[in-house]
Design a protein around this ligand. Sequence first.
Ligand code: ZN
Ligand code: ZN
Length: 191
Amino acid sequence: MSYKPQRIDTSPGSMVQKPIFVRPEILLHSNIPKPLHSVNPRTIKGKDWWNEKRKKAYAANNFCCWACGVHKSKDKFHNHLEAHEYYDIDYEKGEMRLKEIVALCHTCHNYIHSGRLSMILLKGEVSEDDFEYIMAYGRDIIDKNKLTLPLLPEKIAEWSQWHLILDGEKHFSPFKSYHEWVEHYQTQEEE
Ligand SMILES: [Zn+2]
Ligand SMILES: [Zn+2]
């Protein structure tokens, strides 16, 4: 019998750790209002800022998804977490404020961005099976935790009113209208 030494991976997060907390209510995050697509702190504040914030978020919960608790190595799609900008959104005022950066598995992250997911489904960039899997996964967690989706107010801000507040400054939409938004996203190649 021969003895084979095993290489032990001691890099952070290499062992399957348990989450410190689970916050399923993160899945109730609304889709980003269309006027503020592409207006986000990671673009405004730049790569260094974003890298620091997202790495902190990954480590903060032992490399587990903040919404469902799955360890990054156990997600169906890939074995790293994704960072998400979590906002407070005031629909009547048309105001969005960054609350925190959270770390999510690919499945939960795509569930939150279901508007975008539906768009790429139409373009054939995600399979129907994956789409269904993601939507059912999110709904299931919401049901199990007896959470209810917040209702949108009847009166929603005009396109031109929408802004992101970051460090006390207002950032408005780069698109003057829904029409401009459609043109931009129809002609754009994938990010
Ligand atoms: Zn998750
Ligand atoms: Zn996100």
